[in-house]
Design a protein around this ligand. Structure first.
Ligand code: ADP
Ligand code: MG
Length: 476
């Protein structure tokens, strides 16, 4: 295979040797070992790192040392570029394993370069890229998934899909961002490919699917596009809510879905909403999506958040105190992704400071911008009120947004408007717009619900209970 990448790998390895001697071991492991060398073009060296926080810190704190060491190796002053989205390569042994499966029939599950869904590799990819992909995949395993009350059913459904593909078909996992949908979906892919290395598994985000579709049409390769997608054993499509209003793609997807479904090929979909709540989605797709197993992941409560932090901490050399872990779990609740970010930030700081323990004050200081984001998230949104009220009265958000007039729909709609006035800072016209109605309707609803609360004690209790629950849910 290849290797246009070889020089960059060699240069980087030689540079690492020098850096290793210059640095504290923990810092080396934390900051250098995890870098993926990507490309050397003229005087520009591109290094891959996980995220922009890491990249900024790396350049600020170690940029000079890296450039100097590179100069020792190459004799040249190279310019450093950072590319984010690359996960750490653990060690050389793993590199070798990943390299050896290069020619294997195992179908690549494309994680990083989501522009291309890959069923069969068209051109060889570098060891580093392969390694980063497999590494990312193996991180998203069932073993690394912390199970709590909030994701128990989704986890169980995903495990079944992995053990007996085609039984739960399709499996539809939905929930807010950063709660583990992609993780679970990729865990299924990983387990199926472990059990059956010949399985053709295709993972693609809906956005990448759209790009591929548009490219295929533009290049007159519609038939190839169809074949590629219809020849898989397992199809994983991430974030299908993005099909919204893309009717030509929906048509294509509908046919693709039917072909695979009829052959009992496992289909897994994720989304931030239930099928019926995706606006601009054809009825027939909604009913296909609902025809299998639909499972939700909800926001993890404190216990699960703490368990996740403890599990993630195992990956790091630096350990934080119980107090600090509890502090993070208490204060950060918007997503698991953000929890991970907070943990990484503290661990990174601690290892920079030669493993000095982090106090609560320091933790608060270091996490200040994440904590601000949390505060902003806590502000209750109209959307959340609509969803909560719809769930409570067992109707859909679409019903709330509709013009339907039966009492079992009209009353919850008015309640949601009333609560939007009480719990948010939005004006009448803003609330009206969020409900696809005019401001006068909101004023009317506010009055009517207010009056009913004074007249009907049972009703009043119900409303205040919903209000309390919404506030509590937000504060968790
Ligand atoms: P989503 O697809 O729902 O937006 P992801 O699956 O990308 O979220 O998850 C975001 C991050 O949080 C990932 O790094 C994932 O590994 C991690 N994560 C989410 N839920 C869990 C969990 N229950 N246990 C361990 N890690 C989790
Ligand atoms: Mg996702």
């Amino acid at each position: 295979m290849q290797n246009t990448q070889q020089p960059v790998v060699d240069i980087w390895q030689a540079t690492c040797k020098i850096l290793r001697e210059k640095m504290h071991e923990a810092s080396y492991n934390q900051w250098i070992k995890v870098i993926v060398p990507i490309e050397l073009k003229n005087e520009d060296l591109t290094l891959g790192v996980s995220d922009s926080f890491f990249g900024d810190w790396l350049i600020t704190n170690f940029g000079e040392m890296i450039t100097e060491s590179l100069k020792n190796v190459t004799g040249k002053e190279l310019k450093l570029n950072i590319e984010i989205g690359h996960n750490p390569v653990v060690d050389e042994e793993e590199l070798a394993i990943n390299y050896s499966i290069e020619d294997d029939e195992l179908t690549l599950v494309d994680i990083k370069d989501e522009k291309k869904a890959i069923v069969k590799e068209e051109k060889p990819i570098s060891i580093e890229e392969r390694s980063a992909r497999i590494n990312c995949l193996s991180r998203h395993s069932f073993e690394n998934f912390v199970v709590g009350e909030e994701n128990r059913y989704a986890f169980a459904a995903a495990s079944t899909a992995a053990k007996s593909p085609g039984v739960y078909n399709p499996l539809y996992i939905y929930g807010g961002t950063g709660l583990g949908k992609t993780h679970l979906m990729q865990a299924v892919a990983l387990e199926i490919s472990n059990n059956n290395p010949n399985a053709k598994i295709l993972y693609i985000t809906c956005e990448a699917l759209l790009n591929r579709y548009v490219d295929a049409i533009r290049q007159g390769k519609h038939a190839e596009f169809r074949n590629e997608f219809r020849n898989v054993d397992v199809l994983l499509v991430d974030d299908v809510h993005q099909l919204s209003n893309k009717f030509r793609l929906q048509e294509e997807f509908f046919n693709m879905f039917n072909t695979l479904y009829n052959e009992s090929k496992q289909i897994i979909l994720t989304s931030d909403k239930e099928p019926s709540e995706i606006t601009g989605l054809e009825e027939r797709l909604i009913s296909r999506f609902e025809s299998g197993v639909t499972t939700q992941i909800i926001y993890p409560g404190f216990e699960t958040r703490l368990a996740i932090l403890k599990a993630k901490q195992e990956d790091h050399l630096v350990k934080l105190s119980e107090d600090v872990l509890q502090f993070i779990a208490q204060r950060i609740s918007a997503s698991v992704r953000r929890l991970e970010g907070a943990l990484l930030r503290l661990v990174a700081y601690s290892s920079m400071m030669s493993d000095c323990p982090i106090s609560l004050e320091k933790a608060e200081d270091l996490l200040v911008n994440l904590l601000e984001k949390e505060a902003a998230n806590r502000a209750i949104s109209i959307e959340r009120i609509q969803k909560y009220v719809a769930d409570y009265f067992e109707i859909s958000v679409n019903d709330i947004l509709s013009v339907k007039r039966p009492k079992n729909i009209a009353e919850p709609r008015m309640v949601a408007m009333y609560l939007a006035r009480r719990l948010t800072e939005h004006s009448y016209p803003e609330i009206g717009e969020a409900f696809r109605k005019n401001h006068a309707t909101v004023m009317h609803a506010e009055k009517k619900v207010g009056k009913k609360c004074t007249d009907d004690e049972v009703f009043m209790r119900t409303i205040s209970m919903i209000e309390r629950q919404l506030q509590q849910k937000n504060a968790q």
